[in-house]
Design a protein around this ligand. Structure first.
Ligand code: CMC
Length: 431
């Protein structure tokens, strides 16, 4: 915090009040208006939190104008090409890159937590065979709170750490189990001799009667996608986890709330929606028709995978994925090249269209991620689940940061009430 202040003047009654300006390490400062209502008797109104910082955080930094994304200060481009996912998970959770000993120990701890309580399978069995895997993930992760509730003291750093480890370790097992349930195959238990991404692919694609050796390219691509999706500061799902957790709620229930928020097509559900959209467009010749639909205010159609609340430039994650798409599609047998070619064409046209240029609408991370997931053999209804597996690391890091902050208070926004004025109850016979 600095000594700088901002004066807010009420032009109606002429009163003025001074408010402190909070400055972070980088990025725009924020006026602390927490005393505004007490001083001036009015609230601030900011639907969608377009100009509101909800917390102090040292985890992730985004500069949307310049397309910059840093995890704990490290550029995403460096982490994506040089680090493993668990290395990045350690960085997000603890604030520093692990040394060799710390990484080995972290990998061991996460690996030891990958199994699920056998009784949890009963929850899976309760879902209809064609339930969407996101619905299963949300329900089953929430049900973890029933297994780890009495033992958790959210005010104790030790229990917070164990909860974070359990979530990072068990969400992939639940995600793969949701897929197996969906296709009617038996659940595969995790293999502790495999690395995080390889184990996930194994749980997805092995069966009790046929083993599966994950290829190196598939593992590398998954590692990269997980890193790119691991955190993105105060997005809708992370803010949901924080808000739910601010009341002291069980962390497993809070992460289930985050999964619910992620599911929407404006957020993590966009990766599934992008492939549906590309399939619907079908052919390069139809691209102009769909661009017109996206521009038509009377048409609810939007170009999925385009636009971002914060990035008003090319999403740096999309740039990285775009490159990897080329490599994966060249090397993976059965990859969906025509859809990638269609995506490139759509991007090219949109990037030169006045509507998209004016509004600074660029491809976001989800424009390409589904194409890689498809190439890895992961079905569309699992795309958002994959996002959730990676983002769990971000959610638990933010939850831990918030719970460790002595200044943490329950999140409680106010409103502008627009309902009826006080009135008297009318007996039913007189209505
Ligand atoms: N296609 C067509 N028009 C768009 C699009 C789009 N994808 N995105 C925004 N616009 C227009 C919008 O109609 C509005 O135009 P106008 O000013 O004339 O009314 C203007 O651009 C600003 O849009 P907004 O909805 O006010 O922007 P927002 O910051 O509230 O929404 C967004 C951001 C990501 C929800 C939105 O761009 C969108 O719906 N994109 C498609 C869904 C998508 O790809 N989501 C994934 C986001 S990245 C992954 C993640 O973080 O979860």
């Amino acid at each position: 915090m600095t000594e700088k202040t901002v004066t807010i003047t009420n032009n109606v009654d002429g009163t003025s009040h001074e408010y402190p300006l909070h400055e972070g390490t980088i990025g725009p400062p924020a006026v602390d208006i927490s005393a505004l209502y007490r001083d001036a008797g009015f609230f601030t109104y900011d639907p969608g939190f377009m100009a509101t910082a909800s917390c102090h955080s040292a985890i992730t930094y985004i500069d949307g104008e310049h397309g910059v994304l840093l995890y704990r200060g490290y550029p995403i481009e460096q982490l994506a090409t040089k680090a493993s996912f668990l290395e990045v998970a350690y960085l997000l959770l603890y604030g520093e890159l692990p040394n060799e000993r710390e990484l080995v120990s972290f990998e061991r701890v996460i690996t030891q937590h990958t199994m699920l309580n056998e009784n949890l399978k009963n929850f899976l069995d309760g879902f209809h065979y064609d339930a969407h895997p996101m619905a299963i993930l949300c329900g089953v992760v929430g049900s973890l709170s029933a297994f780890y509730h009495e033992s958790i003291d959210v005010n104790d750093p030790h229990y917070r750490e164990i909860s974070a480890h359990r979530l990072i370790a068990k969400v992939p097992t639940i995600a793969a189990a949701a897929y197996k349930h969906n296709i009617g195959e038996p659940i595969m238990y995790p293999r502790n001799d495999l690395r995080y991404g390889a184990n996930f692919l194994y749980m997805m694609f092995a069966t009790p009667c046929e083993d599966y050796e994950p290829g190196l390219l598939a593992e590398k691509a998954l590692n990269l996608l997980f890193i790119l999706h691991a955190d993105h500061e105060q997005n809708a799902s992370t803010s949901t986890v924080r808000l739910a957790g601010s009341s002291g709620a069980n962390p497993f229930a809070c992460v289930a709330a985050g999964i619910a928020s992620l599911w929407g097509p404006a957020h993590g559900g966009a990766n599934e929606a992008v492939l549906d959209m590309l399939t619907q467009i079908g052919d390069v010749s139809s691209v102009p028709k769909f661009i017109d639909k996206a521009k038509d205010k009377d048409d609810p159609f939007r170009l999925m995978g385009f636009g971002h609340r914060v990035y008003k430039n090319y999403d740096p994650r999309a740039k990285i994925i775009r490159e990897v798409c080329h490599q994966v599609l060249e090397e993976m047998p059965g990859a969906d090249n025509p859809l990638f070619e269609l995506a490139l064409e759509l991007e090219e046209i949109a990037l030169h269209d006045e509507y998209f240029v004016e509004r600074k609408l660029y491809p976001n991370v989800d424009f390409y991620s589904g194409i890689i997931y498809s190439a890895l053999g992961i079905p569309r209804n699992m795309f958002t689940v994959m996002f959730a597996v990676a983002r769990t690391v971000g959610w638990v890091s933010h939850w831990t940061e918030m719970m460790s902050d002595p200044g943490n208070r329950i999140g409680r926004p106010r409103q502008i009430y627009c309902g009826p004025e006080p009135r008297d109850y009318v007996p039913i016979s007189k209505r």
